[in-house]
Ligand binder design. Structure first.
Ligand code: 5GP
Length: 106
């Protein structure tokens, strides 16, 4: 499949700049360019899975890894509470077709 590289894959590959606050073997975390809360992070898997509909059983570790990271990120940002959001599909408000978890806190 000759799918175009997502903006997030370009960030992961350092082809375009972003404020990367965490990186490990499975994911990166950046500040959203258009924050809708005082703290608005995006947790993005390095594997370019387009949407939640495209997840397979082989992705369990990646998804669990990102979920476990959320409270650590929130604590590091000084938050004692936060919201998460995963927009899925065009009708679900998704704009970038590379799975990401929004972490929002004030
Ligand atoms: P979605 O609507 O797909 O769930 O969210 C995509 C998010 O990515 C939006 O909140 C948007 O502001 C953010 N975004 C889009 N392009 C860039 C970019 O180049 N850099 C960063 N840091 N965030 C981006």
């Amino acid at each position: 499949m000759n799918q175009e590289k997502s903006i997030f894959s370009k960030i992961i590959d350092r082809e375009i700049p972003a404020d990367i606050i965490h990186e490990d073997e499975k994911c990166i975390v950046i500040h959203d360019i258009n924050p809708r809360a005082r703290i608005h992070l995006l947790v993005i898997p390095k594997k370019p899975i387009p949407t939640l509909f495209d997840l397979g059983p082989e992705d369990k570790d990646i998804m669990a890894h990102m979920m476990l990271l959320l409270p650590q990120l929130a604590t590091a940002q000084g938050l004692d509470g936060f919201r998460t959001q995963i927009n899925t599909g065009e009708s679900g408000g998704q704009e970038v077709f590379h799975i990401h978890i929004h972490l929002l806190g004030n």
